[in-house]
Ligand binder design. Structure first.
Ligand SMILES: C[S@@+](CC[C@H](N)C(=O)[O-])C[C@H]1O[C@@H](n2cnc3c(N)ncnc32)[C@H](O)[C@@H]1O
Length: 249
């Protein structure tokens, strides 16, 4: 259910060839980090079923199928791996709600500005941040995500990355995103009896400090938990493309 991508040096997660060979070898389906059942409360709260949704770096995950079964009607899935996209297109040819397209998330110029109500990313920014030119790739991807979101739309990032590693990328003023943070334990995690977590429910957001870090007194019950960043696009952004602005900053 989850694999550790924090060991970036072991594999080249930013490389299309790596993913192609992996999908050729493994076949089947696999959801990184979390299944839709665990993410459902967050997805339903921030991205209603009537939304036009973009799933970036869909891989061979079942997440989009589960969302369709839960009432979502329009999910466009993109991935850099032609192997994954071919497999998924064949698998879901009877699902008119699901579209699959081979695409690099750093250049999604196929889509016009403000085309989507919601963008979901489970492990794809993480992969780019493990690849070559991580900072530039992350900026290119996030600028494209911002461009594609309608004003008021939501970018939902599901990641192992804590705010120290992710907020410097997400909080750039040029995106104009309001960021709300959640944290959920790994699937199957058993809370030790001795654990004194300071949190009441996973459905409560975690307040971020002014510097965009976790509060010093926060105790996470699972040290290998996953973070969910809800990035809401406050307003229309004046100028596209944003990548140049981001890379200058
Ligand atoms: C960690 S996997 C996550 C797959 C899926 N989202 C899930 O939750 O199981 C990362 C995915 O990102 C894709 N990917 C990596 N770099 C990409 C890029 N530049 N553009 C599009 N997809 C990319 C990989 O092919 C892979 O399918």
């Amino acid at each position: 259910m989850y694999r550790d991508v924090s060991s970036c040096n072991t594999y080249n997660y930013g490389d299309a060839c790596y993913w192609d060979s992996r999908y050729l070898q493994e076949g089947g389906s696999f959801d990184w980090y979390q299944r839709y059942s665990a993410l459902r409360p967050f997805v339903r709260k921030y991205i209603p079923p009537s939304s036009r949704v973009l799933m970036v770096g869909c891989g061979n995950a079942v997440m989009s199928e589960d969302m369709v079964k839960d009432g979502y009607e329009d999910i466009t899935n993109v991935d850099i791996s032609s192997v994954a996209i071919d497999m998924m297109r064949r698998k879901y040819e009877c699902f008119p709600q699901l579209k699959y397209m081979e695409m690099d998330v750093r250049d999604m110029s196929f889509f016009t500005d403000e085309s989507f109500d919601g963008v979901i990313d489970k492990g794809t920014l993480d992969s780019l941040m493990c690849g070559a030119d991580a900072r530039i790739s992350a900026a290119q991807m996030l600028a494209e995500v911002c461009r594609l979101l309608k004003p008021g739309g939501t970018y939902m990032l599901i990641t192992y990355g804590d705010p120290k590693g992710r907020m410097p990328h997400l909080s750039r003023p040029v995106y104009n995103w309001k960021v709300t943070l959640y944290n959920i334990p790994r699937p199957g995690f058993q809370k030790p009896e001795s654990c004194s977590s300071s949190r009441k429910s996973h459905l409560d957001p975690i307040p971020l400090t002014e510097n965009g870090t976790l509060p010093a007194d926060l105790v996470l019950e699972d040290p290998d938990s996953h973070f969910i960043y809800i990035c809401t696009k406050i307003d229309d952004v004046d100028t596209y493309p944003l990548t140049a602005h981001v890379l200058q900053g």
